[in-house]
Design a protein around this ligand. Structure first.
Ligand code: PLP
Length: 446
């Protein structure tokens, strides 16, 4: 007999049934306790079952949960857009919000608005988007076309747009004779070469995750890298889209990761942490100067969904932002991140399969290697990442599987990204459970 009619990500896997959550913990139906060391998919950034959010859900549901976006706007959606504009960079840099339901949709929206921006000015051939070979921008066809995630692309490759790609600034695996800063500049200059090769008259935008997440096991570029990227974009009249779906809303110790770099994107996308998992909502924040030709031209954006700017989801996201500000969780992410990354680096002294621990704030990546000095990855068929994730789960710790960032999708990595609310004792428990998991997997490999 079939015990579940729900289609899950893998037909082979058996998942525990979540019963309830409390702070940084999730409990399954049998009462087993899991420390949420990854905030799910880097999403539940204020922890589970926060009373203020439960109240906001109820309060809005009592008023109205749904209006259709081309019949009504709503107070929560208006307030949320205003709040995001207040949070995004300086006051003289107005960003308008287009609300959707997922990070993939936010990036699809960004792609279409970038193309429309040039069309409204008579540049009809500017429709290609350049991205990095190592990147993930979403699972829908446009977002997947822009993504350099081998595993998620390969089945649909013939249907995807043939967009140009460039190398990620992946310093851990740079050629031995090169400094990290020289290597990063070389990677940035690949954008210049790719635009020239394609023809600037065909390139609408460059999209990048400020810090590369699932596709690269958290790759953190320098400010110089992004300054060069922006110079190249401006020089060739190419828009810069920052995909902050994973990094946005405090995850990296700043409200937006681009604040670390002092570079303002033309379009910035958000998802995940925006509602901390309490409701499906995401956004493309579009700079006023990108909207200007659309306002003066066709005056309409062809995009959006039935649930866009949903009042219920907007009210939840507003409550999440209020909670983050009230509890100063952005600063807390920076401080906790520093503590956690140091503890994980100490842990690495006892775990020789850990090649690198890197991150910003509470977005931390750990890359695994079979030889520390040669940095040789483990054979793909071993599926070390999966072994680690399962071992940790058996011990009551949830971590997020990632790729290491090697072109072609080789290499093992995990993401450690607990809720920003995590305390020191919980971080110590996280490190201990992870260390035990890695030790056991190491032992099994011998
Ligand atoms: N962009 C980034 C950087 C992501 O990490 C993700 C999801 O992991 C997405 C976009 C896609 O978001 P969603 O899964 O909400 O569609």
């Amino acid at each position: 007999m079939n015990d579940s009619w729900l289609i899950k990500p893998s037909f082979d896997d058996v998942y525990p049934v979540a019963a309830y959550g409390e702070g940084v913990f999730i409990y399954d139906e049998h009462g087993n306790k899991y420390l949420d060391g990854s905030s799910g998919a880097v999403t539940a950034s204020i922890g589970h079952a926060v009373p203020e959010i439960v109240e906001a859900v109820t309060e809005q549901a009592r008023k109205i949960s749904f209006v259709y976006r081309s019949q009504f706007t709503s107070q929560p959606a208006e307030k949320l857009a205003e709040k995001l504009n207040d949070l995004a960079f300086e006051a003289d840099d107005p960003y308008y919000s287009f609300f959707v339901n997922s990070g993939s949709e936010a990036n699809e929206t960004a792609l279409k608005i970038a193309v429309q921006y040039w069309q409204e000015q008579g540049m009809y051939r500017k429709h290609k988007i350049i991205s990095r070979w190592t990147s993930y921008h979403g699972i829908t066809m446009g977002a997947l076309s822009m993504s350099g995630h081998t595993e998620r692309r390969k089945r649909f490759a013939p249907m995807l747009e043939d967009y140009p790609g460039i190398s990620p600034p992946y310093c851990y695996r740079r050629p031995a004779q090169e400094s990290c800063s020289d290597y990063e500049m070389k990677c940035a200059d690949e954008l210049d070469a790719a635009i020239r090769r394609t023809g600037a008259e065909q390139v609408a935008a460059f999209i990048a995750e400020p810090i590369i997440g699932a596709a690269g096991g958290v790759i953190v570029p320098s400010a110089e890298y992004y300054k060069r990227i922006k110079e190249i974009c401006d020089h060739h009249q190419v828009l810069f889209i920052a995909d902050e779906v994973m990094t946005g809303i405090g995850r990296t110790g700043k409200m937006f990761a681009m604040e670390h770099y002092g570079v303002k994107p033309d379009i910035l996308t958000l998802g995940k942490g925006m509602s901390a998992g309490y409701a499906p909502i995401a956004a493309a924040l579009i700079h006023d100067r990108i909207l200007e030709p659309i306002r003066k031209g066709s005056k309409a954006i062809i995009g959006g969904h039935t649930y866009s700017a949903n009042p219920q989801s907007s009210a939840v996201a507003l409550a999440v932002l209020t909670f983050i500000e009230k509890h100063q969780l952005v600063d807390r992410s920076a401080k906790n991140g520093e503590y956690l990354v140091n503890q994980l680096r100490n842990m690495a002294l006892t775990t020789p399969i850990v090649g690198d621990v890197r991150g910003k704030g509470l977005l931390i990546g750990i890359e695994f290697v079979s030889h520390l000095f040669t940095k040789t990855p483990f054979p793909k068929q071993l599926n070390l990442t999966r072994l680690l994730v399962e071992k940790a789960r058996d011990k009551g710790l949830l971590i997020y599987p990632a790729s290491a960032g090697i072109e072609g999708g080789d290499g093992d990595a995990i993401i450690v990204s607990p809720p920003l609310t995590i305390n020191k004792q919980e971080m110590d428990t996280l490190v201990k459970l992870l260390q035990d998991s890695i030790h056991e997997v190491q032992r099994d490999l011998m």
